[in-house]
Design a protein around this ligand. Structure first.
Ligand code: HEM
Ligand code: HEM
Length: 135
């Protein structure tokens, strides 16, 4: 299992804890429900999507019978996704509580979106290769 897969699995677990912690806080204190978008992305991007990335990097090339197109690009994608999501969550919270950070959030959102594109590119190039037995 390579560092990108392990990285996404471990950060996914961490984000699940953050998301569940926020969910419990929101369940206990009604006034915290304004944090819905932070809770939603910690769980849905941080846990669900990051796990799909991590497991996908490990399993999909093996199913296809070819190595991943670029391990280096996968590692760049890991960092872009993590920095993007962390900034997105922080500035979504500052927008909610203090009404500031919209521009900063947009920058981190773009980084996160870029990381998704890198995943699609890398996995697309991996999948599109013709395995030897099918040549
Ligand atoms: C122990 C685990 C969890 C707790 C206690 C929890 C709690 C909550 C609460 C209290 C709300 C607000 C509901 C309302 O406004 O009436 C909420 C919304 C939401 N939760 Fe969770 N949640 C948990 C796990 C998850 C997970 C694992 C996911 C996704 C994989 C998730 C996705 C969402 C989404 C998308 C919303 C809607 C956010 C919004 O409307 O802004 N939650 N959750
Ligand atoms: C580049 C990636 C993404 C960006 C930049 C992004 C951005 C946003 C933004 C700006 C909102 C509105 C939040 C607000 O009102 O403050 C939103 C809502 C939402 N997004 Fe995303 N999102 C991304 C990926 C995803 C993914 C992958 C999922 C699910 C797997 C998801 C699920 C949701 C849900 C459920 C809401 C509604 C939450 C609510 O209103 O509380 N997003 N997203």
């Amino acid at each position: 299992m390579n560092r990108t897969t392990l990285g996404f699995i471990f950060t996914g677990m961490a984000y699940l804890m953050v998301g569940v912690g926020l969910g419990l806080y929101m369940a206990i204190d009604e006034s915290a429900r304004i944090l819905g978008p932070v809770h939603a992305h910690a769980n849905l991007v941080g846990f669900v999507t990051f796990n799909i990335f991590g497991i996908g990097y490990h399993i999909l090339p093996r199913f296809r019978g070819r190595p991943l197109y670029s391990e280096g690009l996968a590692w760049v994608q890991f960092w872009a996704a993590n920095i993007g999501l962390a900034g997105f969550l922080v500035f979504t919270a500052t927008r909610i509580y203090w009404g500031v950070g919209s521009n900063q959030r947009a920058v981190f959102a773009a980084l996160m979106a870029l990381s998704f594109v890198l995943f699609v590119y890398n996995m697309g190039r991996t999948m599109i290769q013709v395995p030897p037995q099918q040549k």
